[in-house]
Design a protein around this ligand. Structure first.
Ligand code: BEZ
Ligand code: FE
Length: 346
């Protein structure tokens, strides 16, 4: 192909010099082209970008060769990406959705948070953030409800302790940022609900305890009226997510976790459209007695690792270093640290 095949005897796409008789070659495509593209990277490129981009170019060229991707097919792919971009705005992240349905956010979550613990207990498992988190959820009093102006749904009391995963000591000043959908399967920013409905932030006291009222979550379809939905249909898949509640749990000096808890009763646990379910995050909502404000209850403790402990056992990437730094310096809000952790904010 072009690039690598230089000078006067520029190759045909199959590597056959112009004018010569057709000769069958072992390589159907120019064997030097990919390396040539990689080698055009300049000396001022950072080592990480150099490594990641070389790998990306290699894999994407191999993919095109292996599948003999045609110009029409490639253009359809480009249009798919462009459409996802056009559909994205402040309240919709179609690019992230597309990544979710091919399992990429879940895989990156697993890679980022891999923590090989030799202790009996491990930190609470992580799960994907998804596109519906909001940075500005209101702070609410401990024990308050996050439900506003919703007539139906099963009211639920959730309580537990945020603790250090190694010592079991309660963590004072830990923040829980929580969000889930309304009984119609929509997050507040997807329709005209009361602003910040079904989301809130709670801060633990000395005993590390938290509690709040919410609704028992229900399964719901991810938005499937755009490219991510088209992809699901092409793959003959459904858009459903099992019932879950999202959390970001953070505390000074501790590595924040982004996670979800899933209702054991849900029929979609084994076929989540975005592959986020982990066994240790499946929980039991139990009937609640003697509380006129709730029909169900859930007890769930969160176990966090200090940055120091996390570093001993985990892969530490650049985003983690950044989050660690901002904690040590006391710069930025805890949400900013959590976002740094998940690479969602620079
Ligand atoms: C969510 O759970 O909010 C979600 C995650 C991935 C894609 C769409 C929604
Ligand atoms: Fe969700």
């Amino acid at each position: 192909m072009n690039g690598a095949a230089s000078h006067e005897t520029r190759s045909q796409p199959n590597g056959t010099p112009k004018g010569s008789a057709i000769v069958r070659r072992t390589n159907r495509f120019d064997p030097n082209f990919t390396q040539h593209v990689i080698d055009t990277t300049g000396p001022k490129t950072s080592p990480r970008i150099r490594k990641v981009m070389a790998s990306l170019i290699q894999h994407i060229h191999d993919f095109a060769r292996e599948n003999e991707v045609t110009v029409d097919e490639w253009m359809a792919g480009v249009e798919f990406i462009n459409e996802a971009g056009r559909m994205s705005n402040d309240v919709r992240n179609e690019g992230q959705l597309v990544c979710d349905v091919i399992g990429l956010e879940s895989l990156v979550d697993e890679i980022t948070y891999k923590l090989v613990s030799e202790a009996d207990s491990a930190p609470t498992a992580t799960a994907i953030l998804g596109p519906f988190w909001r940075a500005d959820a209101p702070r609410r009093d401990m024990g308050a409800t996050i439900v506003q102006n919703i007539p139906d749904g099963d009211h639920t009391f959730i309580q537990g302790i945020v603790k250090d995963y190694l010592t079991g000591e309660p963590i004072e000043g830990a923040e829980l940022d929580v969000w889930h959908t309304a009984p119609n399967g929509l997050y507040e920013q997807q329709e005209n609900q009361v602003e910040h409905n079904l989301r809130g932030r709670f801060t633990t006291g000395k005993d590390g305890r938290y509690s709040f009222y919410c609704l028992r979550p229900i399964s719901y379809p991810i938005p499937d009226d755009g490219p991510a939905g088209k992809l699901l249909k092409l793959l003959d898949r459904h858009p459903m997510r099992p019932a879950h509640i999202h959390f970001i749990v953070s505390a000074p000096k501790y590595k924040p976790i982004v996670t979800q808890v899933f209702d054991r009763r849900d029929e979609h646990l084994a076929n989540d459209s975005v592959f986020a379910v982990k066994d240790s995050l499946i929980v039991d909502f139990l009937p609640r007695e003697g509380d006129p404000k709730a029909q169900f209850e859930l007890a769930y403790d969160f176990r966090l690792a200090t940055f120091e402990d996390a570093k001993k056992y985990s892969l530490v990437g650049p985003t983690e270093e950044k989050a660690s730094q901002s904690t040590v310096d006391g710069n930025g809000s805890r949400n900013e640290q959590a976002l740094n952790m998940i690479g969602a904010k620079e």
